[in-house]
Design a binder for this molecule. Structure first.
Ligand SMILES: Cc1cc2nc3c(=O)[nH]c(=O)nc-3n(C[C@H](O)[C@H](O)[C@H](O)COP(=O)(O)OP(=O)(O)OC[C@H]3O[C@@H](n4cnc5c(N)ncnc54)[C@H](O)[C@@H]3O)c2cc1C
Length: 434
């Protein structure tokens, strides 16, 4: 039996490919719907107009195959919170409807995806301030438009589909502020040449922004947010909501729990280290999709296929060239730190401010994110540092004029649990084994 964890583009593609090769597959996902971050909202939003947002034909093909192939068991609303390998068998501990169950498998494919990277600025924890993924998730999953007038900011190509989605839903996007300059695309010309379909996508999105008269400005950042306004480059802009995002952070929890080797990419992002077959350093444990590096849904689909069958390596090469080029086009420089004020909250779970962290460094001698965490509780809340650990690490290093080391980056990406579990659920023991 093969267990695939995550039913996004990578996990769907892995499950379908494995089943086509005659393998029995259990596809486990914490969500109630198939599709992961990109397709979870389908089929409600399908129409030809938004084909670039969704690549819905591919989604439909994968959904149908998962639902119709008797070799695939789709296990929804099931969160893998722990796992271990005993001899040659993987034991996956799953919480489903408040009951813990264990799934046994000879091969596991991790396809756990990524989440938005948020950077702190004054007011970022106020109501109405969110990540682009948050704004899009409310729209796609619940049909909620986050505001009538919305500002979108940060960096990366993902800002474009979020703006397009909000425009389609009737919101006025009063400004899109991209922190990087467009000339940087010359750093990814070879990526574009290898993936010409991306040019069509760009034309589609920019056409949509132009028709909706969206003010598109480069080299600008949101400095602060307060009720009804954001400040960008000294100008106050009236809006109901602001969505600010700085790319994505791979979800490495389960890879770390299984002891798979992690590595640090050139842009400082920690990812799962895989070989050409998408296998991790743990035999039988594979990883595909954004947990191995941010690259978009097409690359995730290809990697899922390779993890299940070993086939598709040239297509992966092309998509990886484009993805690596994106890191050069949309870097996140340390400039964000100059916008963090002493009173700015860095860890929203434990309400730890910059002032608290700096005093841990200057008065108590903290030299890295881990020590700063022990002194201030930054990263000890419900999200276990998923949001703030990287930011706190970079702030501490910058304050001491040091570089964050790779081992520090890897350390703060590791978590002992891949999700919260109550003492009651733990105490009740295993309800079912299969
Ligand atoms: C919020 C958000 C919105 C996005 N919107 C767009 C968009 O509009 N257009 C676009 O081109 N790209 C978008 N992206 C990028 C796109 O989602 C990714 O490129 C693509 O979905 C990656 O596919 P994946 O299979 O690697 O992971 P995902 O699609 O992220 O799927 C991972 C799945 O794993 C499940 N999972 C994780 N951990 C566990 C666990 N422990 N137990 C059980 N299940 C688990 C999650 O519930 C999720 O369903 C978005 C990304 C994010 C984070």
């Amino acid at each position: 039996m093969i267990a695939v964890i995550g039913a996004g583009p990578a996990g769907l593609s892995a499950a379908v490919t494995a089943a086509k090769h005659g393998e029995s597959v259990i596809l486990i996902d914490s969500s109630s719907r198939l599709g992961g971050q990109y397709w979870r909202h389908l089929p409600r939003a399908w129409n030809d107009e938004n084909k670039y947002h969704y690549n819905f034909q591919k989604a439909q093909e994968l959904f149908n195959e998962v639902l119709e192939n008797s070799l695939i068991t789709w296990y929804s609303n099931a969160h893998v919170w722990q796992g271990e390998k005993r001899d040659k068998t993987f034991h996956l501990f799953v919480i489903r409807n408040g009951v813990e169950e264990v799934v046994l498998a000879e091969k596991v494919i991790l396809a756990t995806g990524a989440y938005d990277r948020a950077l702190p600025f004054l007011g970022w924890t106020n109501p109405g301030v969110m990540t682009p993924g948050g704004a899009q998730s409310m729209l796609k999953s619940h049909g909620v438009v986050v505001g009538n007038r919305v500002v979108i900011a940060g960096t990366g190509p993902f800002l474009l589909p979020v703006a397009a989605g909000l425009i389609d839903a009737g919101a006025k996007v009063v400004g899109l502020f991209e922190a990087n300059k467009p000339w940087r695309w010359i750093l990814n010309l070879h990526g574009l040449l290898l993936n010409p379909a991306k040019i069509g996508e760009a034309i589609y999105y920019f056409g949509k922004l132009r028709r909706a008269q969206v003010k598109l400005e480069y080299g600008k950042r949101v400095e602060s947010a307060e009720a009804g306004f954001v400040t960008v480059d000294g100008n106050r802009i009236a809006c109901d909501a602001v969505a600010v995002g700085w790319g994505f952070v791979p979800d490495l929890s389960l890879a770390g729990i299984f002891g798979a080797k992690l590595k640090v990419a050139k842009d400082g992002t920690t990812v799962v280290d895989v070989d050409t077959h998408q296998e991790t350093s743990v035999e039988g444990l594979f990883a595909a999709g954004e947990s191995t590096g941010i690259g978009g849904s097409s690359l995730s689909i290809i990697e899922g296929r390779i993890a299940a069958s070993g086939k598709g390596k040239f297509a992966r090469f092309r998509a990886q060239v484009f993805a690596r080029g994106l890191q050069r086009v949309y870097p996140v420089s340390d400039a964000w730190q100059s916008l963090v004020k002493p009173e700015t909250i860095l860890c929203r779970c434990e309400e730890v401010s910059l002032d608290d962290v700096i005093s841990a460094v200057e008065d108590l001698g903290a030299e890295d994110a881990r020590t700063a965490k022990l002194f201030t509780r930054a990263g000890m809340g419900l999200c276990q540092g998923r949001m703030c650990a990287r930011n706190v690490g970079e702030i501490v290093a910058c304050h001491l004029s040091l570089e964050v080391t790779d081992s520090e980056r890897i350390n703060y990406s590791q978590r002992p649990l891949a999700g919260p579990i109550s003492l009651g659920e733990l105490g009740d023991g295993i309800g079912k084994e299969f």
